[in-house]
Every structure is written in structure tokens, then in C-alpha cells.
Design a protein around this ligand. Sequence first.
Ligand SMILES: Cc1cc2nc3c(=O)[nH]c(=O)nc-3n(C[C@H](O)[C@H](O)[C@H](O)COP(=O)(O)OP(=O)(O)OC[C@H]3O[C@@H](n4cnc5c(N)ncnc54)[C@H](O)[C@@H]3O)c2cc1C
Length: 448
Amino acid sequence: MKLVREVDEMDIATEYDVLVVGGGIAGMEAALNLADMGFKVLLVEKEPSIGGKMILLSKVFPTLDCASCIATPKMAATAHHPNITVLTYSEVEEVRKVKEGLFKVKVLKKPRYVKEDLCTGCQQCEFKCPVTVPDQFNYGMVARKAIYIPFSTATPRIALIDIDNCILCGICEQVCPADAIDFTEEPVEYEIEVGAVIISTGFRLFPAEKMPNYGFGRFKNVITSMQMDRLLSPTRPYNTILRPSDGRIPDKIAYVLCTGSRDKSVGNPLCSQVCCMYSIKQAQLLMGALPLADIYIFYIDIRAFGKGFEEFYNQAKAMGVNFIKGKIAKIIEKENGNLILRYEDIDDGGKLKEEEFDLVVLSVGLLPNPEIRKIFVHPSLELDEYGYVKVLDEELSPAKTNIDGVYVAGTATGPMDIPDSIISAGSAAAEAASYLSRYREKAVEVRE
Ligand SMILES: Cc1cc2nc3c(=O)[nH]c(=O)nc-3n(C[C@H](O)[C@H](O)[C@H](O)COP(=O)(O)OP(=O)(O)OC[C@H]3O[C@@H](n4cnc5c(N)ncnc54)[C@H](O)[C@@H]3O)c2cc1C
């Protein structure tokens, strides 16, 4: 059952200047920019915590700054800003434009089965819960409980029950010192009015199982780059790098660049813009974590186009990372879990070669998140030919969509790295502020 909140029982305001959809780095930046200008912002995030992909990363290229050390203060600033209301574990169901400066929005808040105002994040429920399932925030490499806090830096730090896997044993209810467990919670629908909308719904990771010749999902020691970023991060699942099949520390690791990028055969002709650099970043971090390991990067071309990127690439070469120009045709698993990579060595006259590795990392590309289109019931939102939110003018107005008053920030509009996502968020916030200054007051006056 879905409860529709009546206006007089709303626990949040019913009117905001701006709705921001998606609380990754781009959404948080856009919300903070607008809130600092005095606008009231509602930020809606579908996951139980804000932070997006960035909070799950290890370090960032090319500076090797710790990703969570940069993202956590932004998350805290967003959650505590007096002009920002954050609704996590919530989805925007519908956006309808009434007139310039006025959009009617429906938001569905999913039940956590844990009272947000009572939970202290003490994790007593999590420690005692008897159910274990794969942890989606560690990309299935370890388990989490059926009642859980998503990750150690989750914002807000509030538990939730994964009701599909809960066995209703009631242990969490017995051990919760704050009496916060509530199995009777229902989804709640809010009807809200806003003056403008910013879409910052980010990207999806290329599903590596779509390339069967690489064996992801079948060969235990083939993992994705996102899994490797988790293994290298300060909030990592184990204290070192272990290969999945037997928990051994790998001695020889291969990276397969352009997995699912620049490849029409899997429906993604675009360069994902970050894979070369994040693979070089991970290779450098691995050389620090496993000084005796040999690291190989198989590439088509290395795209090191940003400030300091070429130097970062040269630094990896100087550290001893092996770069081999050649596309991987096939990966074969041996009985001991090792992997044979068959490839064409372009710099050695295109010879076909084979090399054995302990662990293979697929540098997966970025894909669009096209579901956002369906929430715009009137007028409809246009996507570009790749499925990203279409911008009116790539060169002159990179944040404007086909709907006046709706702007786009970060990777919702195309592949980009964190600094570019932040610049894009600033642009969307400035466009929204300019639009609101033109229409918002008039819309509010007419309604009143
Ligand atoms: C393995 C890997 C390593 C990387 N390393 C680096 C690096 O070192 N340096 C660097 O600069 N970049 C790196 N990147 C790129 C970086 O992750 C992105 O640039 C950045 O995360 C983009 O932020 P975003 O806010 O646009 O999107 P996201 O991080 O995807 O955030 C989008 C948010 O929107 C939410 N959302 C989606 N749909 C909805 C909806 N319908 N309603 C509500 N919420 C929704 C999502 O849950 C998410 O929280 C890396 C990427 C990968 C894959």
C-alpha cells in the first residue's frame, strides 16, 4: 500500500525553489551552490545514502587524493545545510510542468522499516542479524546483513531493512536500544511544488557479463575496475588485495581497457573518458599495496588529456607498470584459477600472443541512465542518440535541456570525471538560479 501524505501531516515542506534528482557529487555540488545563494533545495536520492559512485572510490587521479576524504565533507555539508532537505531512499515518480517557474512533482519515499528520527546508527541490529546477502556497495565481493547501514560513511547513518531477504525473526527489534525498528512502515508519496529541476542521476557501469569472451561472472578471478577501486579504498572490505577464487595475494595483474567503451558491438561507441586514467591510478596504488606484483595494462590508445594526466601516465611507466598496445581477444581460465589472455601485440608487428595472470581487471565503461526520461510526463524530456540527457547546445549551454527550467549536471549528460562533473554542476546551478530569478517570484505571486 502507498500512503499519500496530506499537506497538514507532511514532515517536509511542500514547496522548494529547486528539485535536485540524484545525490552523487554533481547533485550535491549543484544543491550546495543553490543553497548558498539562498534557494530552498529538495535533493532526492534513490539509494539509502548520498555520495554516488565517488564515495565508493579509493583515490582520485591525478593527485591521488583520498576520494572519501573529499566526498565526505560535501556529504555532511549537503545533509546539514539549512536550505537543503535531503530525501534518501526515495524516487521521483513524476514531474509535470504547470507553467514557467512551477513544476508539480511526486516523490515516493520507500520504507526503511527503521524510524529515521530514532536510529542512532549503533549497528547493534546489524551485528545480531542472522541473514547474510551479497553487499551491493562492495559490488558483491563480501556479504552484508538483511538489516544494514550501507557503508561506514553513509549519510544519513541510518539502518534499513532489506525486506526481500529479511526472515522476520524479530532479533533486530529485540536488540535495538532506540526502539527504532518498525515493520509496519509503508511507502509514502509526497506531492511537492518546485520552481526548477536539476537532473544529476549519473551513470550506470557497463555490465561486464555482456562480453562473454572475458568470462566475467564465470571466471572468479576476473573482476571489474569498480571492484578493484573498492579493494583499494580506505573503507575496503579486506585489508589487502585478495583474488576471489582462493584468497591469495595476486602476483601478476592485467587490466583490460575499453571493456564496453568505444565498441559498437556492445552498443556503446563512446569513449568513457575516465577508464585510462582510473586504471593508471589503480596500477600505481597496486604498486604501493603489492610492491612485488607485476601490473600490465592492455590498451587501444591511452587518452591522458587533462592537466597533469600525461605526467601521471609517465609516472606509472617509470614505476614499472607494463603498457601493451593490443586488444584482448579472449580470456581462458586454467584449473588453478589463473587466466590466459590472448592478444594482438600491435607494437610487435601485430603478433598473436598469450600471457598468464593471477587476476584480471576489466576497465568497464560508463553508460547512460535513461530511465530518468519516464518521470517527465509533461513535457517529455529529450535524450541524445546515446541515451544521455540531451543538452540544447553542447558548446554554449551544456546544462540546458529541451525543457525550460530543467537543467542537467554531471555524468547524466555524458561521461566525465569528478572535476568536470563539479564544473557541470556549477553551470546547472547558475542556469537554474538565472531561470528562478526570471520566473519564480511571478509563479509564487500568481499562485498566492
Ligand atoms: C571504477 C571507476 C573509477 C573512477 N575513478 C575516478 C577518479 O579517480 N577520478 C575521477 O575524477 N573520476 C573517477 N571516476 C568517475 C566518477 O565516478 C564520476 O565522474 C562521478 O562519480 C560522476 O558523478 P555524478 O554525480 O555525475 O554521478 P554518480 O556518481 O553516478 O551519482 C548519481 C547519483 O544519482 C542517483 N540516482 C540515479 N538515478 C536516480 C533517480 N532516478 N532518482 C534519484 N536518484 C538517482 C544515484 O543513486 C547516484 O547517487 C571513476 C569511475 C569509475 C567507474
